[in-house]
Design a protein around this ligand. Structure first.
Ligand code: HEC
Length: 417
């Protein structure tokens, strides 16, 4: 992983992971462990009103890492995954008997069931194969299942744009309110072609900018970074240019004016019926930071930046509701490994406040806390220029990245068999 991983914590982390994997494997293959998973009513009928529907049972079997009854599952398994290999195999066999076109036709649900299966597949791809173990057997069944629920391109292209739909509801303000700096807002016009928000891209090498997120979540989302200075589009573009020039010349970074805003948007990746990653228009997560006192760090001045996050509510999306992105509350928690993208406190088995995490990575004043930029500068000798990009370019880079990953090539191998 590039960027913030602390190399000093790696040995203990690896040994812990290995231990957990061994534990998980013992549980999986001897069937001796009880799953700690509990489900609430919404979850038990996530995919179908019938709790006995194979999609619901698979969902419960695969999401064993979820410990909080109330929240929607996090989209990346913690290392400590406990599952029952025998029942998973029989559920996967059962899914193959399902006539998906007739009995599981909803394209949105198919994308998400596929995603649950794909996460499990990629999680397994990261585990050391035990000699004579069952992992390849389960992987083959998972690959078949991923293929079984896959949609053709024509249908994937028609999936809704839930972000856009939600903007039509007036559920949240579309602008930051300086008078209510902690009131969540969902910015409008991020994707407008000549608007005030600039989607940032590497205009030189055309590489992926959001490497930490893409890598940690194994390319199951495509990420887009947006910047907006209060003075508008031209000023924002000039700022990005100045930033690149200053970094290249090792001179002082340009000042970030008060009121500057940044956003990180992730959209769900699917696998089409030809085994190609497809970036859907379903937004899963939106993070926003607004610089109120750009010369201060968050440690010094907790109000230096307003922080917001919106997460996809799966049940609302499945119910075809117009409001599917809900703001993360101040006390809402998630696994530390998710909050910290697998780094630092990511070793911890605990949950902690999601909104409490931002300070650890975006603490510094002004442009130094613009991570897309500062981590690139920290990680590579060569500064890649940041310019204006567009959705098709950014999501395309995520697709290319995923296609070249070992876990995707493994999926392809099983798919072709
Ligand atoms: C583990 C460190 C970490 C934590 C915690 C974290 N971020 Fe980030 N964030 C990053 C990195 C790294 C990037 C750059 C993109 C990449 O490489 O994935 C980023 C990018 C962003 C961006 C796009 C602009 C930029 O700075 O590049 C926004 C907006 C953002 N994060 C908001 C938040 C909010 C809000 C929180 C808290 C809920 C948060 N982040 C928590 C590491 C973190």
């Amino acid at each position: 992983m590039s960027g913030g991983a602390d190399p000093h914590s790696m040995p203990s982390r690896i040994s812990r992971v290995v231990l957990l994997v061994i534990l998980a494997s013992l549980c999986a293959f001897n069937g001796t462990c009880q799953s700690l998973h509990k489900t609430n009513a919404v979850e038990a009928t996530m995919y179908d009103p019938d709790p006995g529907h194979v999609a619901n049972r698979l969902y419960r079997a695969l999401y064993t890492w979820k410990g909080d009854d109330e929240a929607t599952p996090s989209h990346w398994p913690r290392q400590k995954v406990v599952y029952d290999g025998a029942s998973l195999k029989s559920l996967l066999d059962e899914l193959m008997q399902l006539n998906v076109a007739k009995d599981f036709p909803d394209p949105i649900k198919r994308v998400f069931l596929q995603r649950d299966l794909w996460l499990a597949f990629d999680w397994l791809a990261q585990q050391p194969a035990l000699a004579g173990g069952e992992i390849p057997v389960i992987q083959r069944k998972l690959a078949r299942a991923i293929q079984h629920v896959a949609l053709p391109l024509a249908q994937l292209r028609q999936l809704p744009d839930n972000y856009e739909e939600q903007l039509g509801t007036d559920a949240f303000p579309i602008e930051f309110d300086h008078g209510a700096p902690n009131a969540p807002f969902l910015p409008a016009g991020l994707f407008a072609r000549a608007g005030s928000w600039i989607m940032v891209g590497d205009s030189d090498t055309r590489g992926v900018l959001t490497m930490q997120h893409l890598d940690f979540f194994r390319g199951h989302d495509a990420y887009m970074v947006f910047v907006r200075l209060p003075a508008g589009r031209a000023a924002t573009i000039a700022f990005l240019n100045n930033l690149t020039t200053a970094a290249k010349g090792h001179s002082k970074l340009p000042a970030l004016p008060e009121g500057s805003q940044m956003a990180l948007v992730s959209q769900v990746m699917a696998v089409d019926d030809k085994c190609m990653p497809f970036p859907t228009t379903i937004t899963e997560n939106v993070q926003i930071r607004v610089y109120r006192q750009p010369n201060d760090s968050l440690t010094k001045t907790p109000d230096a930046q307003s922080r917001f996050e919106f997460r996809l509510d799966r049940a609302a999306l499945f119910a075809h509701k117009a409001i599917t992105l809900r703001p993360v509350g101040a006390k809402e928690t998630d696994w530390q490994s998710i909050n910290y993208l697998g780094t630092k406190k990511g070793d911890s088995d605990n949950k902690a406040a999601i909104m409490g995490s931002c300070i650890d990575c975006h603490d510094e004043p002004g442009a130094e806390s613009f991570k897309t930029f500062s981590q690139m500068r920290a990680a590579r000798a060569q500064i890649r220029p940041m310019g204006v990009s567009k959705r098709s370019d950014e999501v395309g880079r995520a697709v290319t990245w995923k296609q070249h990953q070992f876990d995707f090539q493994l999926l392809r191998d099983f798919w072709a068999q």
